[in-house]
Design a protein around this ligand. Structure first.
Ligand code: FMN
Length: 194
């Protein structure tokens, strides 16, 4: 099973990457789970321009292929203005509509304070819902007091990230490929047709 974590943070160091790394380490403890991190700080992705996702090349192509190849995902973002970052949104705009269908996704967000923790429910769940992915219960939010000296030190948040990873792996093992009703077809017009 391929467990892929995506971090939408543009910053170095990144608290979001720290949080995702805790969950990824737990995921790797399961038999036959191979983990990887798609760190959007390191990816030179083009801006989505509406072309067919099959036509992207280079780093954008590789990022799309990594997401499509994943069996289960962790998606993490810092809160930016009460929502997810533009980098994360752009990656999702690059993906084909069926890239996540039936896959479990564990959601992780970090913010300066707890003011925006419901963005997990109102921003991130609808985003993965569009893709007919399963947003597993127990999304994890960490605020800046949970980190110290470059580490995620809060025991409760670490435990919750471990539980999230366990849940995502269990979903992928027991409910593979279930994606509900097919999505409506979304036609794309080329510039010459417009
Ligand atoms: C442009 C910008 C916007 C931000 N907006 C919010 C916000 O709306 N709510 C919040 O709680 N924190 C906000 N923050 C703080 C970050 O979400 C927080 O420090 C986060 O843990 C940073 O994660 P990172 O180190 O992975 O980038 C903002 C930070 C920046 C740079």
């Amino acid at each position: 099973m391929k467990l892929l974590a995506i971090s939408g943070s543009p910053s170095s160091p990144s608290k979001t990457v720290l949080a995702l790394s805790v969950a990824l380490a737990r995921g790797a403890e399961h038999d036959d789970v191979h983990t990887d991190l798609l760190d959007l700080r390191e990816q030179e992705l083009v801006f989505s321009d509406g072309r067919d996702p099959a036509d992207y090349t280079g780093a954008s192509r590789r990022a799309i292929d990594d997401v499509v190849a994943a069996d289960a995902l962790l998606v993490g973002t810092p809160m930016y203005r009460g929502g997810y970052t533009g980098r994360l949104k752009n990656l999702f705009d690059l993906l084909p509509n069926d890239a996540l269908a039936g896959k479990p996704v564990g959601l992780v967000a970090t913010g300066g304070t707890d003011h925006h923790f419901l963005a997990l429910e109102h921003e991130l769940k609808p985003l993965v819902g569009f893709f007919r992915a399963w947003a597993v219960p127990g999304a994890v939010y960490a605020n800046n007091t949970h980190f110290s000296s470059g580490e995620l030190v809060d025991r409760d948040v670490r435990d919750r990230l471990n539980d999230l990873a366990d849940t995502v792996v269990a979903f992928a093992r027991h409910m593979p490929t279930l994606a509900g009703a097919a999505a409506p077809h979304i036609p794309r017009k080329s510039a010459t047709e417009a």
